[in-house]
Write a protein that binds this ligand. Sequence first.
Ligand SMILES: [Fe+2]
Length: 344
Amino acid sequence: MSIAALPLDEVESMISSVRIDGQKEYGETVFPYIYACDAKLPGVDAVVPWVDKHRERLLEQAAAHGAILFRGFPLASVEAYDTFISALELPNFPYEKSLSNAVRINATERVFSANEAPSEVDIFFHHEMAQTPLYPRWIMFYCSQPAVKGGASPLCRSDILYEMLKEKCPQFIADCERKGLQYTNVMPGLDDAASGIGRSWQSTLGVNTREAAEARLRELNYSWEWLDDDCLKAVTPALPAVMEVSAGRKTFFNQLIAAFSGWKDSRNDPAEAVRHGDGSALDVESVQQSIQLAEEIAFDCEWQTGDAVIVDNTVAMHARRPFEGTRKVFASLASMQGQSFEVS
Ligand SMILES: [Fe+2]
C-alpha cells in the first residue's frame, strides 16, 4: 500500500494513549501524557493527517498535562521530525532570535541541537528562556540516538512545584511573587561550547559591535558592564518568578534552579547569577528546597530512538542528565511570548 493511500482511520487505530512506569498522576492529569504508535507506519507522511486532525486537541493536552511524549511514531530522521512538528502549525521561534545562553547548532530551520554542552555537564531544571523578556510557549524535543548511559531529560510540573513551595516556603514564594527575579550572566566574546551557558554576546544579542550590543541591551532594559577578554556582564531587569497560566493555576516560571545550581563556568559564579528583582539576596534554604522538591517530582524521560516530546514551557520545566557515549537530542521552539515584571 502506498503511503498516501493509508486511510486515516487505520492510522487512528494504530495510535493510543498509554501509561508507563514512572509517569506521574496529578488529579485528572498525567505527566507526561503519552501516545504510542504500536504498528510500523511507513513514514512520517502517514501520520501528518493525524496531527492535522488532532492539532488543537494535542496542544490542549500538552497544556493541561504539561507535556506529551510520542513513542513509536515514524520519525526516522530530523527531517521527518521537522515535518511532524510543522504539522502543528505553530510559529517557529528561531534560535538566532532567542536570547538563550546555550550554544546550539541548527539541523533544519526549526530544529537545532538541544545544547552543545559537554556530556558530563548537568543542565538543571528551567523553563526555557524564562530569564529573558522573550520566551517560547512551546519547546519540543526529538531523539535520534539515545546515549549509551544516562542522558535522560527530566521533566517537572511547575504548577505542582509552586503549590508545594507555597506550603513549605510561604515567605520565599511571597517574595518571589512580590519582587520577581533578576539574572546576571557573563557572556564570552566567542562561543564557548565547553560551557552550558557559553553563547557569545554577539550571537546572543544578534550583533557584531559593542555599540550595537549596547543599543540592544538598552532596548531590553538590561544593565551591563564590559569586562576583560571582551566579556560582557549583563543584568536583566526584574522578571516574573511566577506565572498565572490560567485562572488559579500558577507555575514557578523562572530559571532560578538552573541559574543557582548551574550557571557556573570560567566567567560565571552561580552565587551571583540570580537575585530578587530589587537586588536582594535569595533565601538559600528555600532555593535548596525548590531544587530538592523539583527533583522529587521529576519524570525522567529516558529516550528511545524516534521519541518526540512537546512541552508546554509555561507549565513544565526540563533539564538534562549527564551521559556517556553519543547522544543526539534536538529541540525546536515555537510561539514567542513576551514577559515583564510589574511591581504590585
Ligand atoms: Fe532548555
